[in-house]
Design a protein around this ligand. Structure first.
Ligand code: GLN
Length: 561
């Protein structure tokens, strides 16, 4: 196994995740089978309990792992399917060590950070890196490990020490360290400053790790003189100093690395130049350029609870991008705080209320993404009602689907108090209820998580056609509540059809509204499996419908062209 470790210095938010994913793309293009590990030095066991408002979205994997959003970047860039164990956190490591301690596995020894925590980290990395993630048999060739945070953080010390030991035990031919750093430009002189990078490399070296390559982030391309200085003071050959300057979109990064021969430098360090092929990144280049040159756009109203931090819905935004690009359109996402649409807001914040409604009315389609808690629910219901009544294409994801059921029950079935028991425990008309897969009395682990199969109930619904007429589809889930099976007949009788269900027929997975151009709800999260070249079916449907191309697309597809 060859290890490529990506560390970060100077500041956080440098785009270490994109750099690490792009390195994965370039190495994959050289014929290597790639896997990746993200290390998050926080104490949480996983990202499941972390607020998307602070930390960005919780990404969900096939195996139900709730992980850091960087794993989404890896899956999208390298096109792999990762496991929950590919995300290591301090919490997971400590838990495994403490469990062993309780079992008495340490035979009376004092349990310490070194060697017990560091050994656990090394063993975890070695065993997880061997798991195939590309659908093929046998271990991958190389594992890209991204260490979260910045070198020197107290939290990451045990990981740095474990990685130092790992680099020693696997030997120099199997370990390549790439340090991502920032080259700021200061003041009127506009000089590219190397000192922060020098300091962070010094810090790394003091901890026993020597970078083989530097990946320098900067606004403008690095000057040769800056590179020379970096080389001299950081002890890294000039040819191994990569520059990731600002680019119009992140899909340029793999090509930017390739143009600087990053692959050769990495492969040489890993002693695998002989087995590698020249990288072909034409597809990435084409995609990046297509994106830059798009002129037409489509306005998508995103009605959500969190709109301050767009990373809260990162995969939804990416899935919209993939779908739009495949239709030669630029997505123009208009964020609407659901609570601004509510009647209450008309009284309290009339300007925000008017602006939110104006934005909604100017959009070509409406998307209500997933969410938890009742904030903004009423506003989402109003958005779903507006889309339903005005024949505006609508996609409701998870909570967004539940919202459309509540709205339909209230407005069409006349059940004015219909609700989800998540928001109103004592509603007389519970149309969305808690349906755990396991125990009803045990509150822990009650989320329905990960890949589950949805069976289409009829071949002539839009969703099945968008999914290329497959009989079923496997998508990822993350929810507790579901449409109450007891109200399905009533809803269907009034036109809200459940066209996708689980194998038992009791869980409603996809809904469609007959006599509407595109009104679709999915209990699963299709955004997690969308890929740059393979847009997710339902997102594609939304964009096609928003631009009046859905019918033509389906007809073409039915004719096999
Ligand atoms: N809060 C809802 C539930 O638990 C929806 C979850 C979601 O949108 N991910 O079922």
């Amino acid at each position: 196994m060859k290890y490529v470790l990506v560390t970060g210095g100077v500041v956080s938010g440098l785009g270490k995740g994109v750099t690490a994913s792009s390195i994965g793309v370039v190495l994959k293009a050289c014929g290597l089978r790639i896997t990746s590990i993200k290390i998050d030095p926080y104490l949480n066991m996983d990202a499941g309990t972390m607020s998307p408002f602070e930390h960005g979205e919780v990404f969900v994997l096939d195996d139900g792992g709730e992980v850091d959003l960087d794993l989404g970047n890896y899956e999208r860039f390298v096109d792999v399917t990762l496991t929950r164990d590919n995300n290591i956190t301090t919490g997971k490591i400590y838990q495994s060590v403490l469990e062993k301690e309780r079992r008495g596995d340490y035979l009376g020894k004092t349990v310490q950070v070194v060697p017990h925590i560091t050994d656990a980290i090394k063993n975890w990395i070695e065993s997880v890196s061997a798991i195939p993630v590309d659908g093929k048999e046998g271990p991958p060739d190389a594992c890209v490990i991204e260490l979260g945070g910045t070198v020197g953080d107290i939290e990451s010390m045990p990981f740095i020490e474990a990685l130092r030991q790992l680099s020693f035990s696997v030997g120099p031919d199997n370990f390549c360290l790439i340090h991502v750093s920032l080259i700021p430009v200061l003041g009127v002189v506009g000089e590219q400053k190397t000192k922060p990078t020098q300091h962070s490399v010094r810090e790394l070296r003091a901890l026993g790790l020597t970078p083989h390559l530097l990946a320098c982030r900067s606004a403008q391309p690095l000057l040769d003189s800056t590179k020379e200085k970096l080389s001299q003071f950081c002890h890294v050959p000039a040819g191994n100093i990569l520059n990731i300057h600002d680019v119009p979109n992140i899909w340029h990064v793999p090509q930017l690395l390739q143009s600087q021969n990053a692959h050769n430098a990495i492969l040489k360090q890993l002693n695998c130049l002989r087995i590698a092929t020249p990288p072909h990144l034409q597809e990435w280049m084409k995609r990046a350029e297509t994106y830059d040159n798009l002129t037409n756009s489509v306005r998508i109203a995103m009605v959500g609870k969190y709109i301050g931090l767009t990373d809260s819905y990162l995969s939804v935004v990416k899935a919209l991008l993939h779908a739009c690009i495949s239709c030669s359109l630029k997505p123009s996402v208009d964020w609407i705080a659901a609570s601004d649409l509510e009647d209450e807001s008309a009284k309290l914040t009339p300007e925000a209320h008017a602006a939110a409604w104006e934005t909604l009315k100017n959009a070509a389609c409406v998307l209500v993404p997933g969410g938890f808690g009742d904030r903004g629910v009423q506003g989402m219901i109003l958005a779903a009602k507006y889309a339903r009544k005005n024949h505006i294409p609508y996609l409701g994801i998870c909570l967004g689907m539940q919202i459309s059921v509540i709205e339909f029950a209230r407005s069409v079935l006349g059940l004015s108090k219909a609700n989800s028991t998540e928001f109103d425990d004592s509603t007389p008309d519970p149309v969305v209820i808690f349906m755990p897969e396991g125990s009803r009395t045990h509150m822990g682990n009650t989320m329905r998580l990960g890949s589950r199969r949805t069976f289409f109930q009829t071949p002539d619904c839009v969703s099945s056609q968008l999914y290329h007429n497959s009989e079923y589809v496997d998508e990822r889930h993350r929810h507790r509540y579901e449409v109450n099976p007891d109200v399905v007949d009533k809803l269907e009788g009034a036109g809200l059809k459940f066209v996708g269900k689980d194998e038992s027929g009791k869980r409603m997975e996809i809904l469609e509204l007959s006599s509407h151009p595109f009104y679709v709800g999915a209990q699963f999260h299709p955004e997690f499996k969308s890929r740059p070249g393979r847009p997710s079916a339902l997102f594609l449907g939304l964009v096609l419908a928003a631009t009046g191309q859905l019918e033509a697309y389906i007809n073409n597809h039915q004719n096999g062209s």
